[in-house]
Design a protein around this ligand. Structure first.
Ligand code: PA5
Length: 328
């Protein structure tokens, strides 16, 4: 798993060279995907703030879709995720333009059968270890669908930022990830990020800690949490000081009031938790900023697995759950 983390820059460079093929032009876009593939959709969406984008993480198309005829981009690494297949099938039945981002599976077959564009990403990985392949591919698809300039240089710039911060384990981001893992180990990790890049990165941190380290972790975003969750630190101080580690993901290029809120929020929570860590985004584009924050969390999650002596790669509970659901 750690070698895939260090290969993030190479994955982004692969995407920079990608030609997404015949992508239909669209004014509205629906992105469908779950888990690691849903994360790729969310990262791709960060690169296209000027088009109406709806993320679907369930079984159904939004009610407005058949009338407005959006492009539906289904993202599934395995190509076999039932929710994503259901959305793709509903979109096909409604006659909507379609693109599939996948390694194969039923999604690739279905797409080929209806003549939809398929953007194939390299296979053989856990979906979460292929985030940069998939997010890069989604970024390319969104640019092609909207007629925007190629995002190749943004992808390459993000690759350079990630490579500098990780440097195969010798860079400052890798050292920070290992250091934060020491503070999180044996505790429940709560990750806060600012709406936009920081919040998507916080969700990636959470999912990586869940799946790689097999630990509970929770993510929230500012400003929303300042309107509810913050109050929840008011009682049980002993519990928080024994069991919770807070990591804040700061994005200096984000909205200035959000940065102010992140600083003040941390001040309120500090002292009520066992450990506070901070990561500051690098780079200028949303892709660079996201991947610079996520890369540190990727390293931390694998280091947490090492500290707990668990294999980060298999996701036995998730696979068992999918099997039980099929048999239910
Ligand atoms: O990390 C994982 O294995 C999951 O989060 C999967 O990404 C999720 O179950 C969806 O599968 P897929 O990415 O193949 O559509």
């Amino acid at each position: 798993m750690i070698s895939h983390v260090y290969a993030t820059g190479n994955q982004l460079r692969w995407a920079a060279d990608l030609s997404p093929g015949e992508v239909p032009r669209a004014a509205d876009i629906v992105l469908a995907g779950l888990g690691g593939s849903g994360m790729a959709a969310r990262v791709g969406a960060l690169t296209a703030p000027s088009i109406p984008l709806t993320l679907v993480q369930g079984y159904e198309l939004p009610g407005w879709a058949p009338g407005r005829k959006p492009l539906v981009v289904a993202v599934s690494y395995s190509g076999n995720t039932e929710e994503t297949l259901a959305v793709f099938e509903a979109a096909r039945a409604a006659g909507l333009p379609l693109v599939a981002v996948t390694t194969g599976g039923a999604l690739a077959e279905l797409a080929a059968a209806v003549g939809a564009a398929v953007v194939e990403v390299p296979g053989g990985l856990q979906p979460r270890a292929a985030l940069a392949y998939q997010a890069g591919a989604v970024t390319m698809v969104l640019a092609a669908a909207t007629g925007a300039a190629s995002p190749a240089s943004e992808l390459t710039a993000a690759a350079d930022v990630v490579d500098r911060t990780l440097d195969d384990g010798d860079g400052p981001g890798a050292a920070l990830g290992r250091d934060l893992a020491e503070g999180i180990h044996g505790r429940i990790c709560v990750i806060y990020g600012g709406h936009g890049v920081g919040a998507v990165a916080a969700s990636r941190w959470k999912a990586q800690i869940n799946e790689n380290a097999k630990m509970p972790a929770f993510a929230s975003e500012v400003p929303e949490l300042d309107h509810n969750e913050l109050e929840g630190w008011g009682t049980l101080p002993d519990l928080g000081r024994r069991t919770i580690a807070l990591v804040t993901l700061r994005d200096p290029a984000g909205h200035p009031r959000i940065e102010q809120r992140m600083r003040l929020t941390t001040e309120v929570v500090r002292g009520k938790v066992a450990h506070v860590g901070e990561v500051i985004a690098l780079g200028t584009s949303p892709l660079s900023r996201f991947f610079s924050l996520a890369a540190v969390g990727d390293v931390a999650s694998v280091e947490l697995a090492r500290l707990s002596d668990v294999d980060p790669t298999p996701v036995t509970l998730l696979e068992d759950f999918k099997r039980r659901l099929r048999e239910d």
